[in-house]
Design a protein around this ligand. Structure first.
Ligand code: FAD
Length: 391
């Protein structure tokens, strides 16, 4: 999560932003911190481009969702899917080409990696943990999602050291030593709360057990560019549109209404997966021209009357690897998550990727963090109890 100022000086979420009532930990946190929930505007028609009739678009969406349900109905450990990628499995399905294209666009837009890289068992296992029944973009926070991280940071006071990346994790007399350019922190235990591919970049002394090092190395980060386009008015609403566009000829391109209120009309455009990697090479001016041209074709000439265009390119991001998460790309790495969760005490790992619920979401990060912290606390308490009893 991250907030930045756009060209109008407004604070916007350039990273994770949306939440829904089926995400209990995040909802509770946002409520406890007194945040203002903005409901995402979803009245009116949803557009597919190149355009289809409303009935045809709905039918295609229903079939694409049916393909997703069919996929999730396969047991991840079913021997008949060993070695299959999502792309190979999709090729074998007998659905209409349009529905398959919509499925591909949906999946590449959500997981942000080419389908021919993703093992089928992994996508099934991952998707089964994303259990929301209401729309996942149901709400966002007026104060930004990042404001929650700021609030939590505030509770930690000067114990939080920002701008000081850990570079090396060593075993020490007390347990563990975390080394940064500015010094060393000694502790009994360390929780490395980084996505696996980013955690793999740290230096460990002694080296991590081979199985754990391998488990951290089987992930690839997704690629996302997130764009907030501000307008003077939500002109699409005046035409009975909800501002949501899915491009059928550009898998991974998606837009939705991100207006905080009528005075802050905005569309959010997500570019995900292989398309993000290609557009990453374009540079800001050409990328803006591409996005604007596509918005104009889908929503009409007023889409060119842009008040501010804010772009955050997360592809190959130094500190997160990319977005929305890392994905396992090694079809044989069935135990990778379990191995990471076991860690190498006193060094433990947690990140949204390894969460039992909502992996790749903020909710998943909280759930995974709580589980790992709970285990560490239990270990420390049992160590204290053992030494108190003198045994
Ligand atoms: C553009 C975008 C849109 C998204 N939209 C949504 C959304 O709408 N809803 C949703 O639920 N999720 C969304 N996500 C996903 C969500 O943000 C992530 O799932 C979540 O933030 C993962 O949390 P984490 O704590 O596991 O990892 P991270 O958020 O990656 O946190 C890791 C932290 O560790 C820091 N770090 C890295 N290396 C080091 C080091 N060596 N030493 C010290 N610190 C280090 C990083 O700077 C970072 O602050 C989005 C993500 C992006 C990028």
């Amino acid at each position: 999560v991250e907030a930045m100022r756009n060209g109008l000086g407004e604070l916007i979420d350039s990273g994770g932003q949306f939440l829904c009532e089926d995400m209990p930990e995040l909802m509770a946190l946002a409520k406890a911190r007194g945040k203002t929930f903005v409901e995402t505007y979803v009245d009116g028609e949803f557009i597919t481009h190149p355009s289809m009739s409303v009935e045809e678009a709905e039918r295609t969406y229903r079939i694409a969702m049916a393909i997703r349900e069919r996929m999730n109905g396969i047991a991840p450990d079913d021997p008949s899917i060993t070695g299959l990628t999502v792309a190979t499995w999709l090729e074998r399905q007998k659905d209409m080409a349009d529905a398959k294209a919509a499925f591909r666009s949906m999946i590449e837009g959500l997981w942000c990696l080419a389908l021919d890289k993703v093992p089928l068992w992994y996508l099934i296992d991952n998707d089964r943990r994303i259990t929301n029944e209401v729309f996942e973009l149901q709400y966002f926070l007026r104060e930004t999602m990042q404001s929650l991280a700021d609030d939590l940071a505030g509770d930690l006071g000067d114990r939080l050291r920002l701008g000081e990346p850990a570079t090396r994790i060593e075993h020490g007399q007390q347990g563990v030593r975390v080394v940064s350019a500015r010094g060393v922190i000694e502790a009994r235990k360390a929780l490395i709360a980084l996505p696996p591919a980013t955690a793999a970049k740290l230096e460990f002394a002694p080296a991590l057990p081979a199985e754990l090092a391998k488990a951290l190395g089987v992930w690839e980060s997704g690629a996302v560019i997130k764009i907030l386009v501000r307008y003077a008015r939500p002109f699409w609403r005046e035409r009975g549109l909800r501002g949501m566009v899915m491009w059928r000829n550009q898998p991974g391109l998606f837009a939705c209404d991100g207006s905080k209120d009528l005075d802050h009309a905005a569309l959010i455009v997500f570019v995900g997966g292989p398309l993000a990697l290609r557009w990453h090479e374009l540079g800001q001016t050409a990328l803006r021209a591409e996005v604007t041209a596509r918005l104009v074709k889908a929503l009409g000439p007023e889409a060119a009357d842009i008040v501010d265009f804010n772009l955050r390119d997360w592809t190959h991001d130094r500190w997160s690897g990319g977005a929305y998460s890392d994905l396992i790309i090694d079809a044989t790495a069935r135990n990778a998550e379990r191995t990471i969760l076991a860690g190498a005490p006193p060094v433990h790992f947690a990140s949204s990727e390894v969460s039992p619920s909502f992996p790749a979401y903020v909710e998943g990060a909280i759930v995974a963090g709580r589980i790992a912290a709970g285990k560490i606390l239990a270990d420390l308490q049992s160590a204290i109890a053992t030494s108190a009893s003198g045994s």
